[in-house]
Design a protein around this ligand. Structure first.
Ligand SMILES: [Zn+2]
Length: 575
């Protein structure tokens, strides 16, 4: 690790000296630096220094004299060219391997109609004649203005001869063709699994889409990725994160095989982002961690500190668990994926061994049940547990006081995704009706109750672009500026809050605040050079932020000005 850090820090200046340099401090100056200080305010600085372990040793403020080059000063210098320097962005809710696969596989996220999607699928199948299965995802029937799920018969038109399985954009449903349904043995006689749904034709035969737990019927037959596939997906995701300015992520639902891919990358010195892993369920948690969270491995690049659980599904597929029926489907409240007892038992299983608990909760009933369960467990599992609610998308204002109670006792993290608000607005209004919107994507209100806001993207559900996220957090408007004045604008957050949610708070949410997340002595030298100051620029300008360079632990992982011929999106390789 040290080799890579030193090599990357030094390649900018005098690579010939690497072998002889026992102690090399690097100064980064000519910058407009900003970080969230210990008290939560924004602190400006003009330079920083880091050592050859990639740890920040000094931060310089206006009026302070910078060290000189030489024995007692710095050995190497990075000229920031007057750019804005921020701590590396942290995506508090990401799916790392899935992000890589989403970039590698058939991607339907930007298709505007079913016909366009079918044409794309057919073309992809033609381009990959050797693949026994066509897998992909990103479809969204809402975007297609279809008013229903797509069907297997429609998919058969594009690919009649091979099985096809395509995840919905939110990952909570999948779309199969007839060949795939046949292989999975899903027929009219297949009972609807608990916590799931099978979209059916009038005669009871499966129509093609399987929702939530029903997708497991297909998971049994879809070929699983090989270790080589996983390694490629990880490398692809790392490069994608780096160019967005992301230096760390919380991986929300790490499988054992994904964990092994991270370990392979760490062992081979190929981990270019910090991964705070949350195991996918308590079994993976116990298998990976054994008696408790793993140590921080590879110089703070990998840690499995907790477990990810799912209490409900998503709003788009009406899998979110609501207190009252869906406004646009009065027979349904959505479906919990766990009973209250199961939830309590699983959380207890994790908390007893001091794993942190992160629970996916979208609907207001899911959030209410989760809050009650946390409150109960708080009597047994004391101390600062930093309970995480993933998404916390609709929290009934009646339950806000409980947020405050828990936040004051064991710490509560609202791990939210600003861009979901702008993407979901129209759908959320249809699903919830006008009366439930006050508790929807209620960033400012949850913060006011004492919840710590940690922001992320839920990539690959959305692109892992923190700049779009910050723009949405400040404006509650999408990239076209709609709606005028912002949607439920009382829930906007201020600039320091948005920056903290992507840096210090996101680190705190992963028990990493002493390691990274801010520019301060003792912290890892994770920083980015960008062209736009998020403390002063308009949301639209922030949305278009250009990331010049990304550094992780004093090693450069992205350079927009990489020399011609060098792949721009490839992190620098260790020597
Ligand atoms: Zn997620």
């Amino acid at each position: 690790m040290k080799h890579w850090i030193a090599a990357c820090a030094l390649t900018l200046t005098q690579p010939a000296l690497i072998a002889q340099t026992a102690h090399a401090d690097t100064l980064v100056d000519n910058i407009r630096g900003e970080t969230i200080a210990a008290g939560g305010s924004v602190q400006a600085f003009i330079a920083l220094m880091f050592d050859d372990n990639g740890v920040i040793t000094a931060v310089y403020h206006t009026g302070e004299r910078l060290p000189r080059q030489g024995k007692k000063g710095y050995q190497y210098r990075i000229d920031g060219k007057g750019h804005v320097l921020l701590p590396g962005m942290i995506d508090a809710h990401a799916h790392v391997i899935d992000t890589g696969f989403a970039l590698l596989r058939l991607d339907l996220t930007d298709t505007a109609s079913l016909d366009e999607a079918l044409a794309r699928i057919a073309a992809y199948a033609r381009a990959h004649p050797d693949r026994p299965w066509i897998v992909g995802g990103g479809w969204n029937q809402e975007r297609w203005h279809l008013g229903r799920f797509p069907t297997a018969a429609e998919l058969d038109r594009a690919v009649p001869d091979r099985p096809v399985w395509l995840d919905r954009v939110d990952g909570h449903a999948g779309w199969a063709n007839s060949a795939a349904l046949k292989l999975a043995g899903v027929t009219a006689a297949t009972p609807t699994p608990d916590g799931g749904a099978i979209d059916r034709l009038p005669d009871g035969r499966p129509a093609g889409v399987l929702v939530d737990h029903a997708t497991a019927l297909m998971d049994r037959v879809v070929p699983t990725p090989t270790p080589r596939d996983l390694d490629l997906a990880l490398a692809t995701a790392e490069a994608d994160f780096a160019k967005m300015g992301i230096t760390a992520v919380a991986d929300m639902g790490t499988s054992i095989n994904e964990w092994l891919a991270y370990r392979r990358a760490g062992d081979a010195n190929r981990l270019y982002i910090r991964i705070m892993a949350y195991a996918l369920g308590t079994e993976a948690m116990a298998t990976i961690g054994g008696t408790g969270p793993t140590p921080w491995l590879y110089a703070d690049r990998l840690h499995m500190g907790g477990v990810k659980l799912f209490l409900d599904g998503a709003l788009g597929s009406r899998g979110a668990w609501l207190k009252a029926a869906y406004a646009d489907q009065p027979a349904s409240h959505g479906t919990p994926l766990l009973t209250e007892t199961q939830l309590g038992n699983l959380m207890s299983r994790a908390a007893m061994d001091h794993y942190q608990v992160a629970v996916h909760a979208i609907g207001d009933q899911a959030n209410a049940t989760l809050l009650t369960t946390i409150d109960d467990l708080g009597h047994t599992y004391r101390g600062e547990r930093r309970w995480r609610i993933e998404h916390a998308q609709i929290v009934d204002p009646a339950d806000w006081p409980l947020v405050a109670t828990i936040a004051a006792k064991g710490g509560l993290i609202a791990s939210m995704q600003p861009v979901h608000q702008t993407s979901d607005r129209v759908m959320a209004e249809a699903r919830l009706g006008p009366d439930r919107l006050r508790g929807a994507y209620a960033w400012a209100s949850l913060k006011r109750q004492g919840a710590v806001l940690a922001f992320g993207s839920d990539t690959p559900v959305e692109r892992p672009d923190p700049w779009t996220g910050i723009a949405a957090a400040l404006s509650r408007q999408d990239k076209t500026g709609a709606p005028a004045g912002g949607w439920q604008p009382q829930e906007r957050v201020d600039r320091p809050t948005a920056l903290a949610a992507y840096t210090t708070n996101a680190a705190w949410a992963g028990f990493a605040e002493t390691r990274f997340g801010r520019i301060a002595p003792g912290q890892r030298a994770d920083f980015i050079l960008i062209d736009t100051d998020p403390m002063t620029a308009t949301p639209d300008a922030i949305r278009h932020t250009k990331v010049f360079q990304t550094w992780v632990g004093g090693g450069k992982t992205w350079d927009a000005d990489a020399p011609a011929g060098e792949a721009k999106d490839k992190p620098e390789r260790p020597l």
